[in-house]
Design a protein around this ligand. Structure first.
Ligand SMILES: C[S@@+](CC[C@H](N)C(=O)[O-])C[C@H]1O[C@@H](n2cnc3c(N)ncnc32)[C@H](O)[C@@H]1O
Length: 339
C-alpha cells in the first residue's frame, strides 16, 4: 500500500507544475517584479496581483512559505483546542489559498471553505490548485473587497494571513471586526517583523475587546508583556526551497526559515499553554536556556539542567514556538531555575 500524499506534498507538486512551460528566466523576472511591487507603497487602491504571471510567480515563490507559517500557527492553536475541529472555514484576503491548504493539513477533513479576495487572477489560480486536493475541490472562491462593506458569512474559523500589511488602518480594523462577528475562532498571521507583530497586537487587542480569548501563542489574554519598540514576538517555520527560490535568491540551501507573527483567538473559553518558548532554545553543555512567555504576563529565562531529568530531555527537544512544559515531562526534582 502506498502512503497517502500529504497536502504539503500535493501543493508542492501542483506549484511546480505551475511553472512548467514558463522559461525559468521569465518566472524569476515575474518574481523580481512582484518583490519590487511589494516594496512599493502599500496599501494600494488596486490589487498588486494583476495577471496570471503575477499570481503564478506569487504562488510559486511565496505560497510554500505562507502555507508553512499558517500551518505552524494552526498546529499550535490545535494543540490548545484538541477537542475542536472547524466545521467551516473562510479565508479573507486568501489569494491563491495557502491558508485553505494549511487548515486542511492541520484538520484533514472536508468542510465548507470560502476564499475571499479582490484579485480575480489570484482566485482563479487558487481554484485551479485546489482542484488537485480532493478535500478542497468544493471550496468557493469569491471576489470581495476588504472594507466597510465586507461581510463574512457565519463560520467556525476565519483566517487572515499576510493581509493586514496591505490594508489601511481603517480596513485592518474592519476586517478584524468582521472576522470576530462571523467566527468562533479567528487566526491572524503576519510576517515576523516588528511591523507585522505590531499589526498582530492591534488585532489581538481588538479581538479581546470583542470578547475573544487568546488561545495561542500567548499563555493569557492580558496585555503582551513585550515593551513596544524593544522586541517583537515572532516564530519560525522551515520551508523547502524550490528551484525557483534558489534561482531568485541564489545559493544552494535546501530550505529557508519563514519568520511569522500570529494570534489565534476563540469566542469559546480555552486553557492556553502554561508558557511558550519565544526564542530559539540555546543548548549548552548540560543545560538548556529557554526564553518563555508565561501565564503571569511576563517574559522569563528558564535554565533547565541535567538534574531536572525528564524535563531536561524535553528541553533538549523543545523548539521555538512550542508550549512549555510538554504535558508528559513533569520535573523529576525541583523546578527549572530563573537566570
Ligand atoms: C500577501 S497576499 C497573501 C495571500 C494569502 N492569504 C497567503 O497567505 O498566501 C495578500 C492578499 O491580500 C489581498 N488583498 C489585499 N488588499 C485587499 C483588499 N482590500 N480586499 C481584498 N483582498 C485584498 C491580495 O489580493 C492578496 O491576495
Amino acid at each position: 500500500m502506498t502512503a497517502p500524499v500529504s497536502p504539503a506534498e500535493t501543493l508542492r507538486v501542483a506549484l511546480a507544475g505551475l511553472l512548467d512551460g514558463l522559461p525559468t528566466k521569465a518566472a524569476a523576472q515575474a518574481v523580481e517584479r512582484l518583490i519590487v511591487n511589494y516594496r512599493g507603497t502599500t496599501p494600494t487602491d488596486a490589487p498588486i496581483l494583476r495577471d496570471r504571471a503575477d499570481v503564478a510567480a506569487y504562488a510559486a515563490y511565496r505560497m510554500p512559505a505562507t502555507f508553512e507559517a499558517v500551518r505552524a500557527a494552526l498546529d499550535a492553536f490545535a494543540d490548545v483546542v484538541p477537542e475542536w475541529t472547524p466545521g467551516g472555514h473562510v479565508d479573507v484576503g486568501g489569494g491563491t489559498g495557502a491558508a485553505t491548504w494549511a487548515v486542511n493539513a492541520t484538520w484533514p477533513e472536508e468542510r465548507p471553505v470560502t476564499v475571499l479576495d479582490w484579485a480575480e487572477p489570484a482566485l482563479a489560480l487558487g481554484r485551479e490548485l485546489a482542484s488537485r486536493n480532493p478535500l478542497l475541490k468544493s471550496a468557493e472562491w469569491h471576489r470581495s473587497r476588504i472594507g466597510a462593506a465586507l461581510t463574512i458569512e457565519s463560520t467556525d474559523l476565519v483566517t487572515v494571513s499576510y493581509v493586514l500589511g496591505e490594508l489601511t488602518e481603517q480596513a485592518r480594523t474592519e476586517v478584524v471586526d468582521a472576522a470576530a462577528t462571523a467566527a468562533q475562532a479567528v487566526v491572524i498571521i503576519e510576517p515576523g517583523t516588528p511591523d507585522g507583530y505590531t499589526r498582530v497586537i492591534e488585532a489581538r487587542d481588538r479581538l479581546v475587546g470583542a470578547g475573544f480569548h487568546i488561545a495561542a501563542p500567548c499563555p493569557h489574554s492580558a496585555a503582551c508583556p513585550i515593551v513596544p519598540g524593544k522586541d517583537w514576538c515572532h516564530f519560525s517555520a522551515r520551508v523547502s526551497r524550490s528551484s525557483l527560490h534558489r534561482q531568485v535568491k541564489g545559493g544552494s540551501l535546501a530550505y529557508e526559515d519563514e519568520k511569522f507573527s500570529y494570534v489565534a483567538a476563540t469566542r469559546f473559553p480555552v486553557t492556553p499553554a502554561a508558557s511558550r518558548v519565544v526564542r530559539r532554545p540555546q543548548i549548552r553543555k548540560g543545560q538548556v536556556l529557554l526564553d518563555l512567555c508565561e501565564t503571569e504576563e511576563q517574559l522569563r529565562r528558564s535554565t533547565v539542567t541535567k538534574r531536572h531529568g525528564l524535563l531536561y530531555k524535553a528541553a533538549r527537544d523543545a523548539d521555538w514556538g512550542d508550549a512549555w512544559p510538554p504535558p508528559s515531562s513533569a520535573p523529576d526534582e525541583g523546578e527549572s531555575s530563573d537566570t
